[in-house]
Design a protein around this ligand. Structure first.
Ligand SMILES: [Zn+2]
Length: 240
């Protein structure tokens, strides 16, 4: 296990539509050696200040063959919508008393909350408690940024059962015009196997309550922008 950051991890390969960082460590190792804040602070600086990317999809994936290697992808295609989504009337990541928030909340940590996905997709969500919209807004001085990544690893370990490099969830954060929710959301995409065999059985009551709640447009509509709500109704995710 390494206890420092290699400068090589912060030199990305250029992709046609973005950047790829390759790191010979896992997210778990970065966290257990207290290097996550330093690594992600520098990585985001490279993306936003050296490569001038503001609107992008950020993805962390563990290598399937080399144990303890992870890759960070930054996709910034030119097909994104040009305008940022307007804020919803209620930020369900801030207003924990809202029924949709109460139904999906899994745990509270010092700086973060973990949730089921509010549209009942097979993923978990981690959010900072503060309403911030970008990774670069996480605070260094009080340990918030290190805690954010530590909480991500702990939530995955706690909720997903036995995870290893073969079934480790994909992690994603949308920035700028790629977002649907204004609040920073770390999306934890779990495998079908983990979803069906670990998370559904453990949270069956909450998931059933969420399904019922999503049928009642009036009760959840304030948590979505008008455009987003209409799309979800069309897809049959919200409403009958
Ligand atoms: Zn918020």
């Amino acid at each position: 296990m390494t206890s420092s950051i290699s400068s090589k991890w912060l030199v990305p390969d250029k992709l046609p539509n973005g950047l790829k960082f390759q790191c010979s460590t896992s997210l778990g190792n970065l966290v257990s050696t207290n290097c996550a804040a330093l690594f992600f602070r520098q990585l985001v600086k490279c993306v936003e200040e050296e490569h001038n990317l503001i609107n992008y999809h950020f993805k962390i994936q563990h290598h399937r063959k080399k144990t303890d290697h992870m890759e960070v992808f930054v996709f910034a295609g030119d097909d994104q919508t040009k305008q940022e989504a307007k804020s919803a009337a209620v930020c369900s990541s801030c207003d924990v008393e809202h029924e949709l928030s109460q139904t999906t909340l899994l745990s509270e940590q010092k700086y973060t909350y973990s949730w089921l996905d509010s549209r009942n997709r097979p993923k978990l969500i981690l959010t900072p408690k503060r309403h911030i919209e970008r990774l670069c807004e996480l605070n260094d001085e009080n340990g918030e940024i290190e805690a954010f990544w530590r909480d991500a690893v702990e939530v995955i370990d706690r909720e997903c059962g036995n995870v290893n490099e073969l079934n480790y969830p994909l992690l994603a954060i949308n920035h700028g015009t790629f977002r649907k929710h204004a609040h920073l959301h770390l999306k934890i995409d779990v495998t079908k196997d983990i979803w069906e065999n670990v998370i559904i059985p453990r949270h069956r009551d909450k998931i059933n309550r969420l399904k019922q709640l999503l049928k009642q447009v009036e009760l959840v509509k304030d948590c979505f922008t008008k455009e987003h709500l209409e799309r979800e109704i069309q897809k049959g995710v919200i409403g009958n």
